[in-house]
Design a protein around this ligand. Sequence first.
Ligand code: COA
Length: 269
Amino acid sequence: MPPSSIDTGTDKLLAEVAGHVATVTFNNPAKLNALSRDMRAALPDLLKTLNDDADVRVIVVTGAGDRAFASGADISEFGDQRTSPEARASYDHDQAGLVGAWAEVDKPVIAMIRGYCLGGGLLTALQSDIRVASEDSLLGIPAARLGLGYGFGGVTALLNLVNPATAAEILFSARRFTAADALRMGLVNQVVPADRLRDTVYDLADGIARNAPLTVAAAKSAIRAAAQPPQQRDLARVQAQIEACFRSADYLEGQRAFAEKRPPEFTGR
Ligand code: COA
């Protein structure tokens, strides 16, 4: 079946679904996919649409072109949108909504990183479950070079992946780190040659999409809960998701397929 595209309301954010895999693309290569207000505004609804679509089992997020995943927030909007206290409050409110929208996604998300992945671009990649980068990627958080205050949520997301000393190095130095550095730091899962990036990511996505969706969703939920402070964890939800796996037709299918020595055909029910 040919991929079907989804209208996000802006050509700066593209989305399509092929088989069980959706791809979300930041699309402003002339600005190295700097994250503009229209992209940020369109993203929560899009994520909800993809999350609610039973056919979608994995989401790949990436940037258009071969130079950038995303070069961070669009700095040309800072004067209007990120300077006065009122404008910043509105920006931060939208940003919190966006992070909340990512947190609502039950499906696995893979960031396919090529080229620059900076600031808000890296923060977006941190919302993903798995990050795969090409060897020519450069990752960093340039906030200290711009003089902006980097939010607690962003620091927390960073600390969920790297140790405090590494977070300090990333934030204080504002340097751009190579993909090899990012792998050593634990910022990315895998680094591959640029010409292997697409195949690597979609092989991984297809493999995950063939697995039992309820098991994958329960695992995602547990991983996310474990990263939260104990008082914020919704362990009842995690437990209910684990229980749903055991009650599912897919659990029976998994056992049958094993006994019959064939690949399982999971439905997510
Ligand atoms: N916001 C707005 N515009 C951006 C941008 C951003 N975050 N990142 C790149 N652009 C624009 C540039 O202004 C330039 O536009 P122009 O052609 O109209 O001049 C275009 O994208 C290409 O970028 P350019 O700087 O010419 O490319 P480069 O290869 O010399 O440098 C970077 C690439 C990524 C090192 C450099 O663009 C950069 O430092 N960008 C800002 C990164 C940043 O601080 N992000 C965090 C924001 S919180």
